[in-house]
Design a protein around this ligand. Structure first.
Ligand code: AP5
Ligand code: MG
Ligand code: ZN
Length: 223
């Protein structure tokens, strides 16, 4: 692994693979921040920033936001003091250019990636997961109407916040996001495989079982 004192991890996987769900849990478990570029764009949109308004068009179509904009946003986030010990990257990198930029950025910080955890899930399961997803408006916790339902419909178990369905979770945009993932992001499986950083995890079982596999993989990569 990289610098002994840091733990930078990437979660790689298609839309709905469980990156956000697992990153939240790993962040709590490992005591490092969960950094999701999708969440950063959504937060910018909520605050109606220029960046948020720019990203909205791409997100609504299921296309990638241009690399330059995305890399500069991610860079600012990683330079925050809470990321000094490491971070769990969710949804970044998504292109080879972003992966190259990440390598450079971590090198500038005197560190490097510890591992890339690829959560492998077949396309039909991805669609089933996306179409049942509900997210808390207040704290971002994810639920699924069949696989991890809240105790009370529409209400977050953790904070009582209101649950909503993401605007990019329409059937047409879901299909497009999966296509874009296969064309632009899936090549990173080979990219990181060649660098000896890739660890593949079976993403089909339940949330707890996937989490156990991820923790075991992180422990093994830290040896
Ligand atoms: P982003 O927000 O990253 O969306 P995504 O990649 O499409 O992935 P999702 O968040 O939809 O899925 P997830 O893997 O987090 O799954 P989740 O844990 O929610 O990106 C959105 C958009 O932003 C992009 O389309 C793009 O426009 C832009 N963008 C973001 N990053 C970018 C970048 N780097 N470059 C350019 N553009 C970028 O789980 C899904 C559901 O399944 C939930 O309901 C959950 O409860 C359930 N579930 C999870 N795990 C399990 C399990 N093991 N068993 C059963 N159910 C499960
Ligand atoms: Mg997510
Ligand atoms: Zn909540």
């Amino acid at each position: 692994m990289g610098n002994m004192n840091t733990l930078y991890l990437v979660l790689l996987g298609g839309p709905g693979a469980g990156k956000g769900t697992q990153a939240d849990r790993l962040a709590e478990h490992l005591g490092i921040p969960h950094v999701s570029t999708g969440d950063l764009f959504r937060d910018n949109l909520k605050r109606q920033t220029e960046l948020g308004l720019l990203a909205k068009g791409y997100m609504d179509r299921g296309e990638l936001v241009p690399d330059e904009v995305t890399v500069s946003m991610l860079r600012q986030r990683l330079l925050q003091p809470d990321c000094a010990g490491g971070a769990i990257l969710d949804g970044f990198p998504r292109t080879e250019a972003q992966a190259d930029a990440l390598e450079q950025l971590l090198a500038d910080l005197g560190s490097r990636l510890a591992a890339v955890l690829y959560i492998k899930v077949p396309d039909d399961i991805l669609l089933a997961r996306l179409s049942g997803r509900w997210t808390c408006k207040a704290c971002g916790t994810m639920y699924h109407q069949l696989y991890s339902p809240p105790q009370q419909a529409g209400v977050c178990d953790k904070c009582g916040g209101e649950l909503y369905q993401r605007p990019d979770d329409t059937p047409a945009t879901q299909e497009r996001r999966i296509k874009v993932y296969l064309a632009e992001t899936a090549p990173l499986i080979g990219y990181y495989g060649n660098r000896g950083l890739l660890v593949e995890v079976d993403g089909r079982p339940g949330i707890e079982e996937v989490q156990d596999q991820l923790l075991a993989a992180i422990e093994a990569s830290a040896q």
